[in-house]
Design a protein. Structure first.
Length: 183
């Protein structure tokens, strides 16, 4: 009797998973744009549209660095956020994002020469970060993490702001009306 119940449960679980996956989008449907054409791939979700008056002020917290020479996928999430919301009706000027970086992700904000010295590879994040900053995304590095890694402000890409800490950056952003996007 117990084996029959286990078999039924297993079959039910398998069928549920099949139904769930048959209703999801495939990776082939993910595309970049309309703002970032090399980053931020997203899929359109049928029936989801935003009012053109929608406003977003969102802070993203990134502590985990990418593998040396690789793109930090969490940085790419900001481009995806912008692409998917603009594609769904939100004007790009109604989206204000901040990227707060600390921990091992601090290295992903370094100029190429500093990154090469530390990681032995080119910094694959530079083009994405420059594209984000060109769209008015605030990029903030934790001063405590910078000091812990032994980097002065000049080691970071132009446009990266150095805060006292990631904690203080988030506190100030919350006072400005930013919400925290969980990863």
């Amino acid at each position: 009797m117990r084996n029959r119940q286990s078999a039924k449960y297993y079959l039910f679980s398998l069928l549920t998973i099949c139904v769930l996956f048959s209703n999801t989008s495939t990776a082939a449907e993910f595309t970049a744009g309309p703002v970032f054409h090399d980053y931020g791939k997203k899929v359109q979700v049928e029936g989801v549209k935003f009012n053109a008056k929608a406003q977003f002020k969102v802070a993203f917290d990134v502590a985990k660095g990418a593998e040396p020479g690789k793109l930090n996928r969490q940085f790419d999430s900001l481009a995806r956020f912008i692409n998917m919301h603009v594609a769904s009706g939100v004007p790009v000027e109604n989206i204000q994002l901040a990227l707060v970086v600390h921990g091992s992700a601090t290295l992903d904000l370094l100029t190429n020469s500093h990154y090469q010295q530390k990681q032995g590879a080119d910094n694959a994040n530079i083009a994405l970060l420059n594209a984000l900053m060109a769209q008015q995304v605030s990029v903030i590095v934790c001063g405590q993490s910078a000091a812990g890694h032994g980097y002065a402000n000049e080691a970071f890409l132009p446009g990266v702001d150095v805060a006292l800490s990631a904690m203080s950056a988030h506190a100030l952003l919350q006072q400005q009306g930013y919400t925290l996007n969980p990863f």
